[in-house]
Design a protein around this ligand. Structure first.
Ligand SMILES: CSCCC(=O)/C(O)=C/O
Ligand code: FE2
Length: 200
């Protein structure tokens, strides 16, 4: 395997230290962890099967990180910017926070690299359960095109994230229901267990 391919490999199921769990929809503040009692962890295999990729990177090096550079090159991420989500830093904070937490999909991957602070991405599995993915500083996460998901800050109310994209960015969320959207159909074909083709 070439160096760039090795460097750009997502964290493996075995090496993963990402924390994810099934979301207890108990009506409390969305920024709380919403863990069941006892907790119901979601395995790295489960996230892999849903098409979620992630890497643990060093945010102090984000301006000259060979691993980030390899990921960017390998996956064609030609665009990047930085977004800070906090009541003080983001104009239209309340509307944006509300829209991030509406269940939606995108017509492209959603790629975020958490440089400071933390938050939660929730992804829907095929049993209609939410899986909450904890994203502390240093997490780079890729949600595949067409996956239903949402985002919330945690109680610290602060995240600074790099957004990456292939080509000209399109941030527009497509709210659920979007089952007939081509991106959703493609996602279902690729990842739903009864339709996905498994490569052995
Ligand atoms: C962590 S960046 C803010 C969330 C966001 O940009 C988005 O599109 C959520 O789905
Ligand atoms: Fe999104």
């Amino acid at each position: 395997m070439a160096d760039i391919d090795r460097l750009a490999e997502p964290d493996s199921v075995e090496s993963s230290n990402l924390q994810a769990w099934y979301y207890d929809d108990n009506g409390e503040d969305q920024r709380l962890p919403h863990r069941y009692e006892p907790n119901q962890p979601a395995s790295p295999e489960k996230l892999r099967d849903l098409g979620v990729l992630y890497w643990k990177l060093d945010p102090d090096q984000h301006e000259s990180d060979p691993k980030l550079e390899a990921i960017r090159k390998k996956r064609g991420y030609s665009y990047q910017d930085i977004i800070t989500v906090s009541p003080e830093k983001l104009s239209g904070y309340h509307e944006k926070i509300k829209s991030f937490f509406e269940e939606h999909l995108h017509t492209d991957e959603e790629i975020r690299y958490i440089l400071e602070g933390s938050g939660y991405f929730d992804v829907r599995d095929f049993d209609e359960r939410w899986i909450r993915i904890c994203c502390p500083e240093g997490t780079m996460i890729v949600l595949p095109e067409g996956i239903y998901h949402r985002f919330t800050l945690d109680q610290a109310d602060y995240i600074k994230a790099m957004r990456l994209f292939v080509g000209e960015p399109v941030w527009t969320p497509i709210n659920r229901p979007a089952d007939d959207h081509s991106s959703r159909k493609e996602y279902v074909t690729s990842f739903m267990p009864s339709t996905a083709v498994t490569v052995t």
